[in-house]
Design a protein around this ligand. Sequence first.
Ligand code: NCD
Length: 333
Amino acid sequence: MPSPTATLTQAPEAVWHRRHVIDSALLSRAEVEEVLRTAKTFASILARPIKKVPTLRGKVVANVFYEDSTRTRTSFELAAKYLSADTVNFSVATSSVKKGESLLDTAQTLVAMGIDAMVIRHGSSGVCHQLAQTFGDKLAIINAGDGTHEHPTQGLLDLYSILERVPSVEGLKIVIVGDIAHSRVARSNIHLLSLFGADVHVVAPSTLLPAGLEKLPCTAHHNLEAALEGADIVMGLRLQLERQKSGLIPSLSEYAKYYGITRERLALCCKPSTIVMHPGPMNRGVEISSDIADDPHRSIITHQVTSGVAIRMALLYLVLTIGNGGSSNENIA
Ligand code: NCD
């Protein structure tokens, strides 16, 4: 299997100087390549029997999740722990948020207790920028999903997972299927995949395509079979029912009939080598059938989850060392 680094332009000197990871749209190709290279190093550490390294000893990472999460929250927590950082999992359900405390006051409280990084998921697009403006360099902010805006760490782990399978995404046809309108994952993927030269397509009923899509580097479709023609990679997305107004789709079964990723559909429109991805959580039988989600020849869904830990270790390392006046030549392990 080719390694991600095999496709990367050689950039020996560090280009990463960011204190925050908020928008994938702002990242340069060289910055993304540095993240992927760093993640590759951490992935090799994670393959050792003892995974923990002292790299971020003495640093404190707060996971502040105002929305539900399994994968993102757990992988950030594990990433911080494998790097020997201390972690605080801030639970909105049992916090003073329930007493009306604002996000900025909550963040101020955590900063006053000495946290170094805040990994934040919030229902409101743009909160990460607000935090970054308020705290500046005092606190590293990592966006773990803000409203319908962006989910940069998911986009980065998706790119990393693809590059574990293929040497380059240049010219590959990548089709993102589902609730594009409400998906921060779609937005981050469109930016990153097109930055690396992929031919990105999105497909959904018109009610699930966002206004302003023409400004993004992708081609929109309504018909799944037509969109899938010649696809190298198909990425399914969950219907974000919690964000939708009612009436956007006639019914789940109708949606599944026209937009579900199924074995029959892939056999009809795609090559045997077409890769299937999904950021999770999946609604099996709605956007993707179980046999495809679990197909070891097509699906890299579990691999995406695994890659998430190495990518998040890389980002924590970069924002808490290089972005803080350190150097990429610091000893990682
Ligand atoms: C996504 C999210 O929260 O944006 N999940 C994830 O982080 N893996 C997608 C989703 O919730 O459907």
